[in-house]
Design a protein around this ligand. Structure first.
Ligand code: NAD
Ligand code: ZN
Length: 604
């Protein structure tokens, strides 16, 4: 039962506010229903507006007859004449109520101490002192069996000894009552603790009832203020597209690609028909080619075309994209005819992002996420000069932003044209060849061992995996053959994750990169080296390849991290939910704990 009062002192009418096209209360109702945990779901309300809205959406609503002091009073009235064992009170302003949390609360009634339990409720760990001391956040302390001792808006316990290890818990407003306990609640008059703290479950403690607390890790978003609503809308937008994407992805593929040694010389004739009057082509070229006249002369700049040399020493950043876009806009009145990226994953990603941002307002950081880009990018061409990342074929451009490291993943991201000339990769230093090549190998491993795998991904992943083994293990290819094959392995590896996801290695490598600036390829190698327990057979192969090619894998990176840095690293890694879901399935949170990640990072 979802008690729903129309008036709310801090945010009037909040339950009828729009959340992704539906009122908050309808979202909450649907979320509760979708868990499949309940025989019936009801909204119990004092408001005809809410009642009508729920009925209109095909839900069950009950009008409460009386005035009530609390949500539990309200549902007690509704449940009185129903034949029920357990009634769960789900807060109307928690539209993201998760199945996991509700399941945990219900499960306590199956536990060994079930007879002792009058009602069950939920709590979640909190760490931030701002939240701990916030009176809007109700804290709870429990005994050794997780029975509630007290609830308060004050920080409990008081941390007199700053060194004593204590975990603070926030109370989540979900209750599961045995029917009797709910009826008792209704009868028992409010006492002073409840009146003072304005926390309804204190009434039970004041009457000696037993409240068993379950622990959840999912925080959810409560809608208490207009700011919460904004956050929730943003979250919903990102969530829903992610969910849709994982089922059936309707993604674009690179429409034109030319392959072969010397194919780079086709570029001029490829670009010519795309040239718009007075609009330049902008070439973003890895600065490793500065002074390499052979290559630069072949680029063949015409009219007002412009070449920027760009360093690939650091991972590409949203601020860097914004800067390049500004430079182009300052210098040219007309929008460019196209952007041509020539380099490794770093330059290719920058080129994709710049092409997007020339047609979209604001900062590149506004579009980090899934399907957030509203307008088409300008024409863009990708020309890899090192193989492995699959950036030439993928639907994303991975950027480090002010708060996260995340791709701009959109239908407008992929290149309109790719030129695959294996000869451009001559001159890549050996260690770098290996690190970037292993990015491809790891894409295959993570895709092929992931829970999202389907025949589409598998077909590409297996091919790329075999090519990698041919290139890095057998050693009987000529360099020329090897370059061509690695270029195609990169392509297939990229395609393999188009319908799947990467996994543990990439999630943890993003953490390294965010905090230490470690580059993608080498970062993946550092992480993968420690992942025997997740990818046993392939880590053995990897270690063999490292030895065969006499490659240096740095160690000791995380030995001297501060607690704060380590926590950020873990936060960044854990925030990449789809990667963990792919790698470890729905129960990933119980495997990829903070402690697990910490211990792995400490080995790196
Ligand atoms: P990179 O682009 O950073 O290049 C690595 C080094 O090789 C650089 O020093 C570069 O100057 C040098 N180099 C490149 N070509 C050369 C050549 N022909 N001769 C000599 N030196 C050459 O490395 P990368 O591994 O290709 O790309 C890593 C980036 O790709 C990361 O930023 C990562 O996030 C991104 N990435 C993107 C995707 C995607 O789908 N968009 C996928 C994986 C990785
Ligand atoms: Zn990668």
């Amino acid at each position: 039962m979802i008690p729903a009062r129309y008036g709310a002192s801090r945010f009037p009418g909040k339950l009828m506010q729009d959340l992704g096209g539906k009122p908050v209360i309808v979202r909450t109702y649907e979320a509760a229903k979708e868990t499949g945990l309940f025989d019936e779901v009801y909204v119990v309300t004092d408001s005809e507006i809410i009642y009508n809205e729920i009925e209109l959406n095909g839900g069950n609503a009950i009008m409460s007859k009386k005035e009530h002091d609390s949500g539990s009073d309200r549902i007690a009235e509704a449940a009185e004449n129903m034949d029920v064992d357990i009634v769960v009170n789900v807060q109307g302003d928690e539209p993201f109520t998760s199945k996991k949390g509700l399941e945990k609360v219900l499960n306590v009634f199956q536990g060994p101490d079930a007879d002792k339990i009058d009602l069950a409720s939920l709590m979640t760990e909190i760490h931030d002192w701002k939240e701990i001391s916030d009176p809007n956040c109700v804290k709870v302390i429990v005994d050794k069996d997780n029975f509630a001792l007290y609830f308060s808006r004050s920080p409990i316990p008081y941390p007199r000894d700053k060194n004593a290890a204590v975990q603070y818990y926030k109370h989540k407003g979900i209750y599961a009552f045995r029917k009797q306990a709910l009826m008792d609640f209704n009868r028992l008059p409010m006492r002073s603790l409840e009146a003072a703290e304005k926390i309804e479950c204190l009434r039970y403690l004041e009457y000696g009832k037993n409240i068993k607390m379950a622990i959840t890790t999912t925080q959810g978003i409560e809608i208490d203020t207009p700011e919460d609503l904004k956050r929730a809308n943003k979250f919903l937008k990102e969530e829903t597209t992610q969910v849709v994407n994982n089922k059936y992805r309707n993604f674009p593929m690179v429409p034109k690609v030319v392959f072969g040694q010397g194919s780079f010389d086709q570029l001029s004739s490829i670009l010519a028909p795309q040239r718009k009057d007075k609009s330049p082509f902008i070439f973003l070229v890895d600065d490793v080619f500065k002074g390499n006249h052979e290559l630069v002369d072949r680029i063949n700049l015409r009219y007002n075309d412009k070449l920027f040399f760009i360093s690939a020493d650091e991972e590409p950043k949203t601020s860097q994209v914004d800067e390049i876009v500004k430079q182009i806009k300052d210098e040219f009145i007309y929008k460019p005819s196209g952007i041509i990226g020539i380099g490794g994953g770093t330059i290719l990603d920058l080129a994709k992002a710049v092409a997007i941002m020339l047609n979209n307002k604001g900062s590149a950081s506004d579009y980090q996420g899934w399907d957030l880009v509203p307008s088409k990018a300008i024409y863009h061409v990708g020309i890899p000069t090192i193989s492995g990342t699959g950036a030439e074929v993928s639907r994303t451009t991975v950027l480090t932003g002010p708060v996260k490291k995340l791709g701009i993943n959109s239908d407008f991201t992929p290149f309109d044209q790719v030129v695959l000339d294996p000869d451009l990769t001559i001159g890549v230093p050996k260690n770098q060849w290996f690190y970037t090549g292993m990015d491809c190998f790891i894409h295959c491993v993570e895709s092929l061992n992931g829970t999202f795998l389907n025949a589409f991904s598998q077909s590409y992943g297996e091919k790329a995996y075999d090519l990698c083994k041919e290139i890095f293990m057998n050693g009987d290819l000529s360099e020329e053959e090897s370059r061509g094959k690695l270029m195609m392995a990169s392509w297939h590896g990229g395609m393999s994750i188009a319908y799947s996801q990467v996994g543990v290695c990439h999630a943890m490598s993003y953490g390294l990169s965010y905090v230490l600036g470690t580059k993608h390829g080498i970062g993946n190698c550092i992480v993968f080296d420690q992942l025997e327990e997740f990818y046993p057979k392939d880590v053995v192969l990897f270690k063999q390849m490292v030895i065969d090619h006499n490659i240096d894998i740095p160690t000791g990176l995380c030995a001297n991290l501060s607690d704060e840095e380590m926590n950020t690293m873990i936060d960044i890694a854990l925030s990449l939910v789809p990667l963990w879901e792919n790698a470890l399935g729905d129960e990933w949170e119980s495997i990829a704990t903070r402690e697990k990640l910490r211990s792995l990072y400490l080995k790196m």
